[in-house]
Design a binder for this molecule. Structure first.
Ligand code: URA
Length: 298
């Protein structure tokens, strides 16, 4: 882990990396604020600017401080966002810099996107290697994802599963509500996979997968399908689905006559695997977390 932030009460914050998180359109992250005495500058008790319907939480934390600690940007940039009416607390636009809020309980949004204001919450992307079990332990002695998570493992939920042989993007968090919704079929979060399959690929395969393939536990349909590359008797295809039954991609493609020899998940909702190295994790950005919340109506 690189730079560790401080939480809102000045404790070391193991789950945050501060200014490397960005809200789209942010300009001020990491900028020095003239005259500011470090992160502990605070505002006097009187409030600033317009009134609003928000009741200050006694003993709460200044809104701009909460935003900055969540990685939205420098304190100055957060004040600009507040002044511009781009920040909401529990659905109420707040333009006062001095507003005191409870970051553990209140829902804070910037430009309509929720920010992760709770300091104990961790959001990670992990590139699962093949031959690793999506479990915290295994009584048969196989490698599990715990090996890659160090001392955070106990606190994290993996969002959905990847097969033992499947590689790629897995999200991990200790935010139970987000994990529950992302894994729940009713939210229909899209997942995209790259599959190395047996070819040749007939012209109508995409249509067939979109119409639905009959499996033992019911019909499965693809939301998107495209051929990325054809080489000899093999092909690389990309398939997107919004459901998560066991071995679903392998079973669909096998049933359609194109068994999979390698499967990599590249996207979960708005989050991309990118060039994250196998076996490593990275913290999601504030913007990515906001997109995830939005994907499951949080
Ligand atoms: N579909 C599969 O076949 N395997 C996975 O791990 C995920 C989706």
């Amino acid at each position: 882990m690189s730079t560790r932030g401080r939480d809102l009460r000045g404790r070391a914050n193991p789950g945050r990396q501060g200014t490397d998180r960005a809200i789209p359109g942010q300009q001020g992250a990491g900028r020095a604020i003239p005259g500011q005495q470090g992160a502990d500058r605070d505002w006097p008790e009187e409030d600033f600017g317009e009134r609003d319907g928000l009741t200050d939480v006694p003993g709460g934390v200044r809104l701009q401080k909460v935003l900055a600690a969540a990685g939205v940007g420098s304190r100055r940039h957060c004040e600009e966002l507040i002044g511009a009416g781009r920040v909401e607390v529990d659905g109420e636009t707040v333009r006062r810099f001095g507003a005191r809020v409870d970051p553990e309980e209140q829902v804070i949004r910037v430009d309509g996107k929720r920010i992760p204001s709770r300091q104990d919450q961790v959001y990670l992307a992990f590139n699962k290697p093949p031959k690793v079990l999506t479990a915290m332990s295994d009584d048969r002695g196989r490698r599990t994802i715990t090996e890659f998570l160090g001392d955070r493992a106990e606190r994290l939920f993996h969002i959905g599963r990847l097969d033992y042989d499947t590689e790629g993007l897995m999200l991990l968090t200790n935010d139970g509500e987000l994990a529950h919704r992302l894994a729940h079929p009713s939210y229909g979060v899209f997942k995209t996979y790259l599959a190395d399959v047996q070819g040749p690929i007939p012209k109508d395969l995409g249509r067939r997968l979109a119409t639905g393939v009959e499996l033992a536990d019911g019909v499965a349909t693809a939301d998107k399908f495209r051929v990325i590359e054809r080489s000899g008797s093999r092909a690389l295809v990309e398939i997107t689905l919004h459901e998560g039954r066991k071995h679903i991609v392998r079973r669909m493609l096998a049933e359609a006559g194109h068994p999979v020899s390698r499967l990599v998940r590249t996207d979960v909702g708005p989050i991309r695997l990118g060039n994250l190295r196998p076996g490593t994790t990275r913290e999601l950005t504030t913007a990515e977390i906001g997109e995830l919340y939005a994907a499951v109506a949080l």
